[in-house]
Design a protein around this ligand. Structure first.
Ligand SMILES: Nc1ncnc2c1ncn2[C@@H]1O[C@H](COP(=O)(O)OP(=O)(O)OP(=O)(O)O)[C@@H](O)[C@H]1O
Ligand SMILES: [Mg+2]
Length: 267
């Protein structure tokens, strides 16, 4: 299948005030295929958000290459990034916030606003379309941020803990929306989550990031036997679910232990 995003020999270091460089990534390599969902899990501070900042171009890597495949219509691929903190602009209404991603690329037309409104309606936010962000709860703001991310028709979507402030039912609904987006539009998704169940339920592949500099300590192709179509609910009932959970859990624990050893050794 076609590769949509390719990361080759990625290195990144942050310069500290004392002049020392802290290496976050050294020779990180991976690919994401078209319409694939890849979950990235790893302890806090392992470099997940930094990886997204590099892929989206907010940060320039110290070395290495990040390349994007073309869209099916031949246009250059594009990335939409939903930051870990929602970052709605307080002076714009919810609808104006939702169409911001499109506005940054081109002019917003009536059809875009209609699409935004119907997505907001789906997320129970119709009556807030002309309200300002301060009137919304954390979970509602996350839904607006997700609307904004998905509306710009990206070829690759980066979601940094997009569902953490949501109740379980809303979470399942949005998980399914993302799964569906990959199936209908061929969009590729990289999802950072601390929730192992969510990583397995949503993804084709789970990557565990660990160590300092961070690298891939485990890569699991997720194949689940479900009756009927796979979705966020049926996936969780698959017989293979617990086995994947145990393997990812072990890899996370192992990288925690390794990290503690490094920290302990350096103090
Ligand atoms: N701008 C920066 N300058 C210096 N160090 C940074 C900067 N941004 C991140 N770091 C460091 O890089 C490491 C990785 O941070 P990052 O935010 O990518 O972790 P994360 O995996 O997203 O963690 P979390 O799960 O808590 O969101 C951390 O040690 C962090 O302190
Ligand atoms: Mg982070």
């Amino acid at each position: 299948m076609k590769t949509q995003l390719e990361i080759n020999h990625l290195n990144h270091a942050f310069m500290m005030e004392d002049g020392k460089a802290v290496k976050i990534f050294q020779d990180l390599n991976f690919k994401v295929k078209k319409a694939e969902i890849v979950a990235v899990v790893g302890r806090s501070g392992s470099g997940k958000s930094t990886l997204f900042n590099l892929i989206s171009g907010l940060l320039a890597p110290t070395a290495g290459e990040i390349s994007l495949g073309k869209k099916p219509n031949g246009e250059e691929g594009s990335i939409a990034y939903m930051l870990q903190k929602d970052l709605l602009l307080p002076w714009r209404t919810i609808l104006e916030n939702a169409v911001l991603g499109i506005e940054l690329q081109c002019n917003v037309v009536a059809a875009d606003r209609e699409r935004a409104l119907s997505m907001l309606a789906r997320y129970g936010l119709t009556e807030f379309a002309y309200a300002y962000p301060h009137a919304l709860s954390g979970g509602m703001k996350q839904r607006v941020a997700l609307t904004r991310t998905l509306l710009s028709d990206p070829s690759v979507v980066l979601l940094d803990e997009p569902f953490s402030a949501l109740d379980y039912e809303t979470r399942l609904m949005l998980e399914n929306d993302v799964i569906q987006l990959t199936q209908t539009e061929g969009t590729s998704v990289i999802l950072v989550t601390h929730d192992i169940d969510e990583a397995i339920a949503m993804s084709d592949r789970v990557i565990v990031l660990g160590g300092r500099p961070a690298n891939i300590t485990l890569e699991e192709q997720i194949i689940l036997s479900v009756d009927g179509p796979r979705n966020a609910v049926t996936a969780r009932g698959a017989p293979e679910f617990h086995q994947y959970h145990a393997r990812i859990w072990d890899a996370l624990r192992a990288s925690d232990v390794a990290h503690a050893a490094v920290e302990g050794g350096s103090s």
